[in-house]
Design a protein around this ligand. Structure first.
Ligand code: GTP
Ligand code: MG
Length: 369
């Protein structure tokens, strides 16, 4: 069990050591500045301080990391997580489809992606985890969160349509998240395809093609006719290699919710992208306002699995509420801590809602005058 010195914890939390000692005393523990407390106690103390509560998941990891940075020998290469972004109908799903050699587009209502799907694809050149994000403006917020868990963005631009509103948004999201972009110029099979125009338009956004002396990789593809897909994957994996992506699979899992939904038979379930550590059946976790215990895990092909490591998307069953995409998912030591953190977060959320509601009432009262 890891431990942290009271003085270090105070520093991390921006508090006086005395404040922490007082809380510990109220919990029946006599400590001094130089004494150490275990991680579970530290988490409990953190929940006692209102605004820190939100970061407990992070703090929990923070403690582990301060005390026990991942040792070099514990780090293992992990697959890149690639998000496919681009304007509506430019062919994101079709492209992913062609790569997966399945047919997701046909199964979707109206052919529009309604959620973020996550897929773990074994290409002939290596493993890649793909996130397919919706193209509709209404899902911009979700997509923005999608960029936070991603190592690389494939920007899909239809060669017959060129750079559009959501192409620009995607570029901005990727830039803000500091994520490298590989451009897939799609639909080159079309008669009015104009890939040069795409290169020109993107150069205006600072994405300079190699041919223009820049370092942005462009690949001409046709999702429909399966042209250029191998080259695209090769470039993605080359870019990923440069990033030297590694994670420690040997510790408690941490990740983010890609998608959550209420399943008729199984209750609230969510697709979790594991980013660090490994998730096991039976693990206890905190996620957003909720907590739970991993009752079952399915991979992206619907197969039951017992363990999932870094960069793997898994559907988790066992939440006590419906999480939201973008929520952080953190495995904690035991159910007592999980419940404590979740209920503290819920209390805080209720207070926020109440504050908002009373403001609305006041505003509408003033407006009616
Ligand atoms: P949203 O999820 O709604 O944002 O769309 P999307 O970007 O996922 O596009 P989708 O894959 O659904 O494709 C939109 C349309 O373009 C469909 O009718 C596809 O058949 C067509 N399409 C996709 N790729 C190609 C291509 O390479 N060539 C041609 N000719 N048509 C394509
Ligand atoms: Mg789609």
């Amino acid at each position: 069990e890891e431990a942290i010195r009271v003085s270090d914890m105070a520093k991390q939390m921006g508090l006086k050591a005395q404040e922490i000692i007082k809380i510990l005393f109220s919990m029946g523990m006599m400590t001094t500045i130089n004494q150490s407390i275990d991680q579970d106690t530290a988490t409990l103390v953190a929940t006692e301080f209102g605004y820190e509560v939100e970061q407990v998941g992070f703090l929990e990891e923070g403690f582990t990391q301060t005390l026990e940075e991942d040792k070099l020998e514990d780090l293992a290469p992990r697959p890149p997580v690639v998000t496919i972004m681009g304007h509506v109908d430019h062919g994101k799903t079709s492209l992913l489809d062609a790569i997966r050699e399945t047919n997701v587009t046909k199964g979707e209502a109206g052919g529009i992606t309604q959620h973020i799907g996550a897929y773990h694809v074994e290409t002939s050149r290596g493993i890649i985890t793909f996130l397919d994000t919706p193209g509709h403006e209404a899902f911009t917020a979700m997509r923005a969160r999608g960029a936070q868990v991603t190592d690389l963005v494939i920007l899909v631009v239809a060669a017959d349509d060129g750079v559009m509103e959501q192409t620009k948004e995607a570029v901005n999201h990727a830039k803000a998240a500091n994520v490298p972009i590989v451009v897939a110029v799609n639909k080159i099979d079309k008669e009015d395809a104009n890939p040069d125009r795409v290169i020109r338009e993107l150069s205006e956004m600072g994405l300079l093609a190699e041919a223009w002396g820049g370092d942005t990789i462009f690949a001409n593809v046709s999702a429909k006719q399966r042209i250029g897909l191998d080259e695209l994957l090769e470039m993605v994996l080359l870019q990923a290699e440069v990033l030297d992506l590694k994670a420690n699979p040997g510790k408690r899992a941490r990740g983010h919710i890609v998608e959550a939904r209420l399943d008729k038979g199984r209750g609230p379930v969510a697709t979790v992208l594991i980013q660090e550590g490994s998730l096991h059946e039976g693990d206890v976790f905190v996620c957003g306002l909720y907590q739970g215990k991993v009752r079952a895990m399915l991979d992206d092909k619907g197969q039951k699995i017992k363990e999932a490591g870094p960069s793997y998307p898994v559907e988790v069953q066992g939440f006590d509420g419906l999480a939201e995409s973008g929520d952080e998912f953190v495995v904690v030591a035991d159910e007592k801590i999980a419940r404590r953190i979740a209920s503290a977060r819920q209390t805080k959320e209720r207070e926020k809602t109440l504050a908002k509601a009373s403001k609305v009432t006041l505003d509408s009262f003033l407006a009616s005058k």
